[in-house]
Design a protein around this ligand. Structure first.
Ligand code: HEC
Ligand code: HEC
Length: 438
């Protein structure tokens, strides 16, 4: 088992450094019988780019890359249950200590690597915990290097979209002191005012990894306008995606948590239309009084069931992935609480019960840069094409308008897409792909 077992797709089947499978296989453990991760392995590229909230995983469980790496190495993805922590550390340290490298390929041993790179850590003398922590630091440092192409000023410059901004002298990043949302509006206005856009269409350049032309033409520009536009009121087919409200440039994510209706859609597909809206979900007191029954496994409750972090199943209506709901006010997870409160309870007037209700089915907004070819998308990896994602948005924003979407995001009120909007929107999303141009 290694990180690359689940995070090393080449982008031909989905996002680079994600898994080509919808959910990843985990090592067998007789105690829980689990075979798959509850969610799709998200891309590692730019995952260390955390914006204001600094939360990692689809549900915001972690507040630092080091914590995430330690919990992964000693956690279920590597075959360990929460109460096997010291066994996991001992095994991990043994692998590092006993590794002899590989003379044939020239790979040096971990012992030599740690001696030279860790400020001189002697793995023969170091404790299990020292070896484990040093390894987590190295891996976290490596993940931070997985970034998209940037220019000398740190601005993205690898995609046809970025080339279009540069060619038309459009603003490419927020000014000092400007919020990303303010920047998005400034960019949107500047694009609306473009009279004679310079398009990018270089037949000699292709995005090698995605087998697509290096192009940002009229169709992509139309899609960009739809992506940025929001329309209030009951206007049907207003060509308004309102996407940039959550997928905010230049990162194309707000690093925040929202409910897009993916959970409702999956649940209703199994249990019938309208089932999720009526599904019984425990309130805060009931949930926290029975952690074994309602919360994911933790050190204090290593055999907890965690049904609210699972894919829906026909014979068990109390199984569904509620995302951030599993983390908020969970006594086993102190670190993320402040960031969640800051996001959902800015003025501090809401009760914890009210905030918990708001967390229902929220997941972290993924960046829509470099989505790659067809491959698993969304938190459960169940959607394999960009077109299906857009279909989900159209369906859910309609349900939200009719009051039939549970915990609907306010942003959906200003989303109004027609059939004709889909193709340009998809062309725009593809213009955010990058990869060595040839
Ligand atoms: C068995 C498969 C598996 C292995 C092995 C694995 N991961 Fe993951 N990884 C996942 C899944 C699944 C998710 C999504 C988890 C969630 O949100 O519930 C994820 C999420 C992440 C994220 C969060 C990205 C974000 O934007 O929030 C990072 C970072 C990450 N993994 C790094 C690592 C590192 C580093 C390793 C090795 C120490 C590793 N993973 C090993 C499956 C795996
Ligand atoms: C209310 C905030 C919000 C709005 C508005 C929004 N998104 Fe999203 N988007 C999200 C979140 C959150 C997810 C992850 C949801 C999940 O996995 O359950 C997501 C996922 C996606 C994905 C899948 C990415 C991946 O890596 O799996 C695509 C593509 C996408 N959105 C495109 C769009 C487009 C196009 C629009 C406009 C029509 C849009 N989004 C509007 C929040 C939003």
């Amino acid at each position: 088992m290694s990180c690359a077992t689940c995070h090393l797709s080449d982008g031909a089947h989905g996002r680079a450094f994600a898994d080509a499978a919808a959910r990843s296989a985990v090592p067998a453990q007789s105690e829980d019988g689990r075979e798959l991760t509850p969610r799709h392995a998200s891309t590692l590229i730019e995952s260390a780019e955390q914006g204001g909230w600094g939360l990692l995983h689809w549900d915001g469980e972690f507040t630092s890359m080091e914590d995430l790496v330690r919990a992964t190495f000693a956690g279920r993805n590597f075959g360990w249950l929460p109460d096997e922590h010291s066994a996991a550390l001992a095994r991990f340290a043994a692998v590092i200590r006993c590794d002899g490298g590989d003379a044939a390929s020239g790979r040096v041993s971990y012992a030599a690597l740690f001696r030279d790179c860790a400020g001189g850590l002697d793995v023969a003398a170091a404790s299990d915990a020292q070896i484990f922590d040093a390894s987590a630091r190295f891996v976290a440092e490596f993940v931070r290097t997985l970034r998209l192409s940037r220019d000398g000023e740190g601005r993205h410059n690898g995609s046809p979209y970025d080339a279009f901004l540069a060619a038309n002298r459009l603003p490419r990043a927020p000014n000092p002191g400007e919020t990303p949302h303010e920047y998005a509006r400034r960019l949107h206005n500047a694009v609306a005012a473009l009279r004679k856009p310079t398009f990018i269409d270089d037949p000699t350049r292709r995005l090698a990894r995605h087998d697509q032309p290096f192009r940002f033409g009229e169709e992509e520009l139309r899609g960009m306008r739809i992506f940025f536009r929001g329309a209030m009121g009951y206007v049907r087919s207003a060509s308004a995606g309102n996407c940039a409200e959550c997928h905010v440039p230049p990162h194309f994510t707000d690093f925040g948590f929202h409910n897009t209706g993916a959970t409702q859609d999956r649940y209703d597909a199994v249990h019938g239309e309208g089932a999720f809206a009526k599904a019984a979900v425990p309130a805060l007191a009931e949930r926290n009084a029975a952690p074994e029954r309602h919360l994911p496994p933790s050190v204090a409750h290593p055999r907890a069931a965690g049904p609210w972090r699972e894919a829906p199943m026909r014979d068990d209506p109390a199984r569904v992935d509620l995302g951030l709901w599993n983390i908020y006010a969970n006594p086993a997870l102190q670190a993320p609480q402040t960031a969640i409160e800051r996001q959902l309870n800015r003025t501090g007037v809401l009760s914890r019960e009210a905030v918990l209700a708001l967390t229902l089915a929220r997941f972290k907004t993924p960046s829509v840069r470099n989505l790659g070819g067809e491959g698993p998308l969304l938190h459960d990896g169940s959607t394999r094409s960009l077109e299906s994602v857009v279909r989900l948005y159209r369906q859910m924003s309609d349900l939200a308008r009719d009051g039939a979407m549970r915990n609907a995001p306010p942003e959906f009120a200003a989303m109004s897409l027609a059939d004709d909007d889909v193709a340009p929107l998809l062309a725009f999303l593809r213009s955010l792909n990058e990869g060595a141009a040839r």
